[in-house]
Design a protein around this ligand. Structure first.
Ligand SMILES: Nc1ncnc2c1ncn2[C@@H]1O[C@H](COP(=O)(O)OP(=O)(O)OP(=O)(O)O)[C@@H](O)[C@H]1O
Ligand SMILES: [Mg+2]
Length: 397
């Protein structure tokens, strides 16, 4: 059993007693490319890649960057360009020309995020391959766009669209982060549900397998997108109920039956979704939040007794919200989280249903944008007030 520890999260990676088969075990792959498009043939995600190609007539159109291009685009991977660190490497901010994709000067052209994998990580290499195979094929407004990649000897890099507001994790948990209001939290919940529904609706029945707050990235208007497809897999098809895999994912987010058996289904993603929804409601981390049950207790263990008692359910709510949320909305979202977290995966709702429920609760997007703008304009000491911002909305008409 191997355990990879990320900066802020504990990644699970163990071979479960040998009885589970996993296409992702070998890690060997070969890359061929012509102009800016890439075809990767490998034993890992090849079957998923083929399934996606067959089901949607999709084609990948990724740019192949040289290492020197990306070195120049990020000013030699300077520390002041560092956006973040994950278990498998560092992410840097860079600039490229919008048309030619050649490196440009800071502040000119297209801003990108360049993920540079640490050398010598087999799991990192496997995830790099899957990411290039998958994300190059998938396009959706709630998936982070992969622009290109670099593969030179041991240097493996990925180039993504830049998400200016960073990760949901930073907004919810970083010390000193500005309060994220209720309306935005609910919008993010809807966006994430939409991204997962899209993946599950594909003929290849894609399972994302790594949903967590650090993989939900936010654009300048707090639209949320899923990033990191390194662990994604083709789901069960026909009369199969699950696919068998090595257990990979992140502690506190991975579904219990998956951790115990290696049996993976789209309902494993639904469980992780329930955890992220709980994080949005409570402002507490999935794992190791001292304010929840301490380092060892998961957020789910802590929250479940409250969730299943309608009189106590609001006790899980983030105190930083200062009560500024719809009680009915919060109760419905908490009830939905409880369903997603059911120990029996068969009782968890499909993502399409989760999305439908949340869309009902959501503050309309335009209203929520005005609310968040008004909130930003408020002085730091003033509490967010929906009544005042409703007045602002009327005035702005
Ligand atoms: N496209 C992007 N735009 C802006 N910031 C990004 C982008 N991709 C990643 N980041 C930043 O870099 C951080 C690290 O990301 P990374 O995916 O490497 O690791 P992680 O998701 O935090 O952890 P893990 O390796 O366990 O998945 C993110 O939390 C985010 O703050
Ligand atoms: Mg990530």
């Amino acid at each position: 059993m191997g355990l990879c520890l990320g900066k802020s999260s504990a990644k699970l990676a163990h071979a479960s007693s040998g009885q589970f088969s996993d296409n992702n075990k070998s890690g060997n792959g070969s890359t061929t490319q012509n102009n800016s498009s890439i075809v990767i043939v490998n034993n890992n995600s090849g079957s998923l890649c083929n399934a996606l190609l067959a089901s949607k007539g999709l084609s990948s159109n990724l740019k192949s960057f040289t290492f020197s291009d990306l070195k120049n685009a990020t000013r030699n991977f300077r520390t002041d360009s560092l956006l973040g660190e994950g278990g498998f490497g560092y992410v840097f901010k860079g600039w490229i020309d919008e048309n030619t994709f050649s490196p440009s000067k800071p502040g000119i052209g297209l801003v990108v995020a360049v993920k540079k994998l640490k050398t010598g990580s087999c799991q990192g290499h496997r995830e790099w391959l899957t990411e290039v195979n998958y994300l190059g094929l998938l396009r959706h407004e709630n998936l982070v766009k992969l622009i290109g990649y670099c593969s030179e000897c041991d240097d493996k890099l990925l180039v993504y669209e830049y998400m200016p507001k960073g990760s949901l994790e930073n907004h919810l948990f970083r010390k000193g982060a500005q309060l994220m209001p209720w309306s935005i939290r609910m919008r993010i919940a809807v966006d994430v549900a939409r991204g997962l529904s899209f993946l599950h609706s594909l003929d290849a029945n894609v399972i994302y397998r790594d949903l967590k707050a650090s993989n939900v990235l936010l654009d300048s208007e707090f639209n949320a997108k899923l990033s990191d497809f390194g662990l994604a897999r083709e789901g069960p098809r026909g009369d199969k109920t699950h696919v068998s895999t090595r257990v990979l994912g992140t502690r506190g987010y991975a579904a219990p039956e998956y951790v115990a058996t290696g049996h993976l289904t789209p309902k494993s993603d639904v469980y992780s979704y329930g955890v992220v929804l709980l994080e949005l409601l409570s402002g507490k981390r999935a794992m190791g939040d001292e304010n929840a049950g301490g380092a060892e207790e998961t957020l789910v263990d802590w929250a479940k007794p409250f969730l299943s008692d309608s009189r106590k359910v609001l006790r899980i709510m983030d105190s930083k919200l200062g009560g500024q949320y719809s009680k009915k909305g919060a109760q419905s979202a908490a009830a939905l989280a409880l369903r997603c977290l059911h120990t029996n995966p068969n009782y968890r709702p499909p993502m399409t249903e989760v999305l439908a429920v949340l869309e009902q609760l959501q503050v309309p997007r335009e209203v929520s944008k005005i609310l968040s703008r008004a909130n930003k304009e408020d002085s730091v000491n003033e509490k967010f007030s929906p009544h005042r911002t409703m007045r602002n909305i009327r005035q702005s008409r």
